[in-house]
Write a protein that binds this ligand. Structure first.
Ligand SMILES: Nc1ncnc2c1ncn2[C@@H]1O[C@H](COP(=O)(O)OP(=O)(O)OP(=O)(O)O)[C@@H](O)[C@H]1O
Ligand SMILES: [Mg+2]
Length: 424
């Protein structure tokens, strides 16, 4: 007769252990299948037509520079271009950076390097509610910024590790638990340098996540575990660690759907916060709860700032706290199906948040759910390889680029740089 109970705790543990082991191996198979024929994600490459669109430099001009030898890409440094066959067909984002450099088309008023007086910008995709598109938008925004020539770090701060999966890393298989941001938060901020990995987009690196990150939410609020004597306020750990990697122009943080310590660290570290809201009353309600958290967080930072009895060893934290303010806060209406209910809730969102709502919403699109199912981004796909309706893919991709361009414009405005053109 079939029994529904698992028997002893040992049976239970054995069952779960064997499910985890076979689950992980099935994910590896799935990953191999999805990324056929290669196991690893392939470095994203572009055609010359794409490069023209991305950089706004006519393709003939690029070809002339290639033929004259003024544009030499690392892999074909010694190649003479004498026939059509020799012409370059695929460009990586690294190649595109070289082109931008030669034509003075970098993001920073022509330069590809961020001027020293401009600080990196840290942006959190945060929201209390789950499933509203934080990961979708964090990952696509990060790729969008890299495509536009910025040096980007994506921090996956959710133990669910969805962003990590999106870039082809599997927690527990590709990544050991000791290679996580956890120790940078609790033991040594310098460890952040050891947990950054490349992605298939040149110019975009990722801090991967995994279940072990849950330990941070237990340790950080606990005075016996959080190492506060040595490392100071548990609210400022991520901010301190990110100061050690100033080479990134923008850091995008994909937050977990909670108000736990790691999320709080992301919010204190952030210069900018974008909250995605799907047009549903539940998400709208959660956004107000999220605002309450932001209010409470600002309150505790104020108390900290005014605290006269701070340990002199941690006086630099006062300075850090001074810089803990959001230069930007925006609401992104996303997964908008355009039906009557969406319209009503969108109107309610706009009436509460007013000009804080980003000008263009992200539509609901099957193309995005398909890309997520394939553990990838819309930006990963070539139109020719898209399954299902190409028109739907075009609409989804176009809309995603618009949304990301609106955020990029705001980032540029924090730096005081003019950026007015949708480049990709
Ligand atoms: N515009 C959209 N159109 C269609 N599907 C979408 C859209 N935005 C998000 N989704 C789908 O909704 C699901 C949840 O999105 P996502 O993982 O980004 O949410 P999240 O806020 O990060 O969730 P969590 O809080 O659990 O981390 C995904 O399967 C994603 O593909
Ligand atoms: Mg997520």
């Amino acid at each position: 007769m079939r029994t529904y109970g698992l028997g002893s705790i040992e049976d239970q543990a054995n069952l779960y252990r064997s499910l985890v082991a076979s689950g992980l191996s099935k994910i590896v198979d799935l990953k191999k299948y999805i990324n056929q024929p290669e196991y690893e994600k392939k470095i994203k490459s572009y055609t010359l037509a794409d490069v023209e669109r991305i950089t706004d430099i006519p393709r003939n001009t690029i070809r002339e520079k290639e033929k004259s030898g003024q544009l030499r890409y690392s892999e074909d440094f010694s190649t003479e271009i004498s026939t059509e066959q020799d012409l370059k067909k695929e460009y990586s984002l690294q190649d595109i950076k070289l082109i931008r450099k030669l034509f003075n088309k970098g993001f920073f008023n022509g330069s590809i390097e961020r001027p020293r007086d401009l600080q990196p910008i840290i942006l959190s995709m945060g929201m209390f509610k789950g499933g509203v598109g934080k990961t979708v938008h964090a990952t696509h925004l990060a790729a969008h910024l890299a495509i536009n020539g910025l040096n980007v770090l994506l921090g996956d701060l959710d133990p669910q590790a969805s962003s990590t999966f999106m870039f082809g890393y599997i927690p527990g298989i590709d990544i050991n638990a000791d290679k996580s941001i956890l120790t940078a938060l609790i033991e040594n901020p310098e460890d952040i340098r050891n947990v950054i990995r490349p992605t298939h987009y040149h110019g975009l690196d990722i801090i991967t996540s995994g279940l072990e990150l849950q330990a941070a939410d237990i340790a950080l609020p606990n005075f016996n575990l959080n190492n506060a004597k040595k490392l100071g306020s548990p609210l400022l750990r991520l901010k301190k660690a990110l100061k050690l990697v100033p080479q990134y122009d923008v850091v995008i943080l994909d937050c977990a759907p909670n108000h736990a310590a790691t999320t709080m660290n992301a919010l204190t570290a952030s210069d900018a916060i974008v909250i995605p809201i799907t047009p549903s009353m539940v998400a709208y309600g959660s956004s107000v709860q999220f605002l309450q958290t932001l209010e409470e967080l600002a309150g505790s930072l104020l108390t900290f700032k005014d605290n006269k009895s701070i340990n002199p060893d941690h006086m630099m934290e006062k300075e850090l706290v001074e810089s803990c303010y959001n230069k930007l806060f925006r609401v992104l209406i996303t997964n908008d199906s355009g039906d009557n209910e969406s319209r009503d809730v969108s109107a309610a969102i706009k009436s509460l948040y007013g000009e804080l709502v980003l000008p263009r919403p992200m539509i609901n699109t099957i193309a995005l759910s398909r890309a997520s199912n394939d553990i990838g981004l819309l930006y990963d796909l070539k139109r020719s390889d898209v399954r299902g309706s190409k028109e739907s893919f075009d609409r989804g991709l176009f809309c995603m680029k618009e949304v990301n361009d609106d955020i990029l414009k705001l980032i540029a405005s924090i730096w005081g740089i003019s950026y007015g053109k949708s480049t990709y």
